[in-house]
Write a protein that binds this ligand. Structure first.
Ligand code: SF4
Length: 324
């Protein structure tokens, strides 16, 4: 039986362990446009692996990740606190992990980490497909007031529920992601959509994009950053993608093979469409809707930090010092 959207993936095994890697220098799979802006400096990942099994995901290409396993880095808050104290740079932290909803609801590692981040007043960027982020809206608002920059991006492919069920079966439904975005926006936190991946000939039509932009406006979206699907030249991600395509969209298989040719070697995180004409048309289309709905397709720049470098001092330490 097909899973319903947002159903818990019953095949996942959860394993707890301790590692210093929960908080580290950034390097993440995000749209190129965001990576190039070098907005964030660090990445906080309380979990390794993901239970969602989206059919285009690259998680399985990570040699440290086993299929159907999510690793819980139980020492995340202590690693974070210790590392933060040694930092001198005030670049925002990219926080992921809300998609590991089952584990996070039980362990609360993100919530505990946010309390520490608030203590040091650092900015945070979140990218998620889950509405679990709403659980922590109180902390995110507090951090937004202190740090002056909190950003929550919801990752979407399209609003079509049938497509979401096929390509990302265990995620929170697109409609619920939009509702969550509205609540985040209403709370004064910057929010928008990472339209990733745009699926050629499936989620890139005028009709689909028009609906997406109009619903995005209604729900407080402040930007839509698109990135077309990437497919590896060989290996597990390619197989997973073409399997689902053959099963659900057999008429598109040939066109995809031309757009994403197979080869023995290729980049680990795949390549975008191998047709400049396609990418050009998509970007023209995005510009048109962006202008029509007054939503930029660029990620917003955070405000400049007050000073480029400073020692990390806990707000509570500052308060204590003022009494001495
Ligand atoms: S939510 Fe989907 S795309 Fe993101 S890491 Fe999990 S399986 Fe991959």
């Amino acid at each position: 039986m097909k899973p319903g959207l947002g159903d818990e993936n019953p095949h996942i095994r959860y394993v707890k362990y301790e590692t210093p890697s929960a908080f580290r220098k950034a390097g993440a799979f995000l749209p190129k446009k965001i990576i190039e802006m070098e907005i964030y400096g660090y990445r906080l990942s309380p979990y390794m692996g993901c239970s969602k099994r989206c059919r285009y995901c690259f998680e399985l290409h990570n040699e440290f990740i086993h299929a159907n396993e999510v690793k819980i880095k139980i020492n995340t808050p202590s690693v974070l606190k210790k590392t933060i104290q040694g930092l001198h740079e005030i670049k925002p932290i990219l926080l992921d992990g809300y998609d590991c909803e089952v584990a996070e609801q039980k362990e609360g590692l993100i919530r505990s980490s946010l309390e520490i981040i608030i203590e040091y007043g650092l900015s945070v960027l979140i990218q998620t497909k889950s509405d679990l982020v709403l659980r922590d809206l109180d902390l995110l608002q507090e951090l937004n007031d202190i740090a002056g920059f909190v950003n929550v991006s919801f990752s979407l492919t399209s609003l079509n529920q049938d497509h979401a069920r096929i390509f990302e079966p265990y995620t929170c439904s697109p409609v619920n992601r939009l509702k969550a975005m509205k609540k985040v926006s209403d709370s004064g936190i910057q929010t928008g959509i990472i339209l990733m991946p745009v699926l050629p000939f499936i989620s890139d039509s005028d009709e689909v994009l028009d609906l997406l932009f109009s619903k995005a406006v209604e729900n407080g979206c402040q930007y839509i950053v698109p990135e077309p699907l990437r497919v590896t030249a060989s290996g597990d991600q390619r197989k997973m993608w073409f399997d689902v395509l053959r099963r659900c969209f057999p008429a598109l298989v040939e066109r995809y093979e031309r757009l994403y040719p197979a080869s023995t070697f290729g980049p680990k995180f795949g390549s975008g469409p191998r047709d400049i004409g396609y990418s050009y048309e998509l970007s023209k289309k995005m510009d048109r809707f962006s202008e029509q709905y007054k939503i930029p397709t660029e990620f917003p720049r955070p405000p400049e930090p007050r000073s480029g470098k400073r020692p990390m001092i806990s707000r509570y330490q500052n308060t204590l010092d003022s009494f001495m």
